[in-house]
Design a protein around this ligand. Structure first.
Ligand code: SAH
Ligand code: SF4
Ligand code: F3S
Length: 481
């Protein structure tokens, strides 16, 4: 057997078919780092490229946490780093293309620094096709790991350093929840908190249930412990993360759900609580009632609808109709009159006719979304929809996307006009650009606000009087009122 064949046998590769598995019971583990590993990275630096959703942002914070715990230092220049991690996203072809482009560009660093370790991580690593392509055409990738084993990054770095060979270990699925993972957060006042991993919804177009595995909730005690520690450090805003937060607890509690968790978190008195993402099918009345009861749960709800046609929703396996969605929105608006509702919409999904698309436009008009992320359907190999026959022509999808964007932008501007002359509370996140003193932050309703102010306000809650309205942001001035 050649050296290459031997290596191929050692590689642990994922299978999208096995990734459907939901059978094994969930186990809970703790992360530990050995005394020896704590010194692994002395005098070595790393750089992380993060693509994709907040789930990946949170995972990159764990990569940073683990590497910092092992004495590696974060570099702000990839050309000087000893390790470069690409934390990738597989949600659409365009997201993958960005990663392939970056991988190509990184080749030059490998030439100038042969000791550089290049690591491919994240959702793309979970796809067989990615692994095959990297093994064939990207010899400069040294380590491939998936979303289920970021806790093992130090072992892989050691293997690659000491054995001088490529390491490929990607598990198709996982049934474990690992707690006490170290995290390095960039902000002291705003934090992402994972409350669950994975997704069991299996929307027919979506790769996430395969790349992120089975739905697994973190235990409420460990979530509350993390939040209480953050409060002690002065954190003002937390964002609870999960692909379907409304399914929180279903895997581990018989009568403790997302609404109960929200209430327990609200009672910690942290000033601002947000969460993402919600699934309309699982959103329940308790969650809405708890939101209306506690002013520290922010009046913003991101509720992806995907389509306004009940036919298409059925083909997407979304488990609700246009009417079900509209009645959930009515409940939200009834209980929380100040709420801003935003959404995600896919156009050009297989079988979508002009009349289905018009149903989407009419739903958008009826709900009056304050913001919408709109996407052209992108076929994902391994998902059920990849085998649907009636694919919509790209030119038709493009034209629908333009029409939809025109409408959603109009509604966003209309919603923003409500704030003209009003005073809003803003958590100041940073400077809008270098060289001037314009700051930015978000209002309770998750409106981006720009205003003039001193850098010392970063990390503080301030009042801003809005005096100019744009589609993508609001402009205002500091107010004492
Ligand atoms: N769990 C979240 C987020 C999923 S990914 C949710 O259910 O809302 C974010 C968005 O990407 C989705 O809401 C959907 O609108 C879009 N998306 C997912 N798969 C897609 C695909 N194959 N093509 C185009 N858009 C897709
Ligand atoms: Fe994908 Fe649907 Fe799960 Fe969201 S709920 S991650 S769209 S399968
Ligand atoms: Fe992308 Fe994976 Fe998030 S596919 S959107 S990084 S869960």
């Amino acid at each position: 057997m050649s050296k290459q064949e031997e290596l191929y046998k050692k590689y642990i590769r994922p299978s999208l078919v096995q990734a459907r598995d939901r059978k094994n019971p969930i186990t809970y583990e703790e992360f530990h780092i050995s005394a020896e590993d704590k010194l692994l990275g002395v005098n070595k630096t790393y750089f992380i490229y993060t693509f994709g959703c907040q789930g990946n942002v949170a995972d990159s914070e764990i990569f940073e946490g683990i590497l910092n715990a092992a004495s590696f230092t974060l570099s702000n220049d990839p050309s000087l780093a000893d390790i470069i991690i690409l934390n990738t996203c597989a949600i659409r072809e365009s997201a993958e293309d960005r990663v392939w482009g970056e991988l190509g560009r990184l080749k030059k660093y490998k030439l100038s620094n042969p000791n550089l370790l290049l690591v491919l991580a994240g959702c793309m690593s979970q796809e067989e096709a990615t692994i095959t392509k990297v093994l064939k055409t990207y010899p400069h990738v040294d380590i491939i790991l998936g979303t289920h084993n970021i806790n093992k990054i130090l072992d892989y770095i050691k293997n690659a350093y000491f054995n001088k060979e490529r390491v490929v270990e990607v598990f198709s699925s996982s049934n474990s929840v690992i707690s006490s993972l170290p995290k390095t957060r960039p902000s002291s006042f705003k934090a992402y908190i994972n409350i669950m991993y994975g997704c069991d919804e299996f929307c027919t177009y979506c790769i996430v249930p395969y790349t992120r595995g089975k739905e697994r909730s973190l235990l409420k005690e460990s979530i509350l412990e993390e939040i209480n520690a953050l409060i002690k450090q002065g954190c003002l805003e937390i964002v609870l993360l999960g692909q379907n937060v409304n399914a929180y607890g279903k895997d581990c509690y018989s009568n403790y759900s997302f609404g109960n968790l929200l209430e327990d978190i609200a009672l910690t008195n942290i000033p601002r609580i947000r969460f993402t993402t919600s699934h309309p099918h699982d959103l329940d009345l308790l969650t809405i009632q708890i939101m209306s009861k506690y002013p520290n749960i922010m009046p913003h709800f991101h509720l992806p609808v995907q389509s306004g046609s009940s036919n298409i929703l059925l083909k997407m396996n979304r488990h609700y109709t246009k009417e079900d969605y509209i009645s959930k929105v009515k409940l939200l608006k009834q209980y929380i009159p100040t709420i801003s509702i935003t959404t995600d919409i896919i156009v050009g999904f297989s079988y979508e006719t002009e009349s289905d698309f018009e149903d989407t436009l009419s739903l958008v008009k009826e709900v009056e979304f304050e913001g919408a992320y709109t996407f052209m359907y992108s076929k994902r190999e391994g998902t059920p929809a990849a085998r649907f026959d009636n694919q919509v022509d790209a030119s038709v999808s493009k034209e629908r996307l333009l029409r939809l964007n025109e409408l959603t932008n109009e509604l966003t501007l209309k919603a923003n006009k409500k704030y003209d002359g009003k005073i809003v509370e803003v958590l100041v996140e940073g400077k809008a650009s270098k060289g001037n003193n314009i700051l930015y932050g978000y209002s309770k309703n998750y409106k981006l606000v720009n205003f003039e102010g001193d850098e010392s306000l970063i990390g503080k809650l301030v009042n801003v009087k809005i005096n100019k309205i744009r589609t993508w942001f609001l402009l205002g001035e500091l107010s004492n009122g």
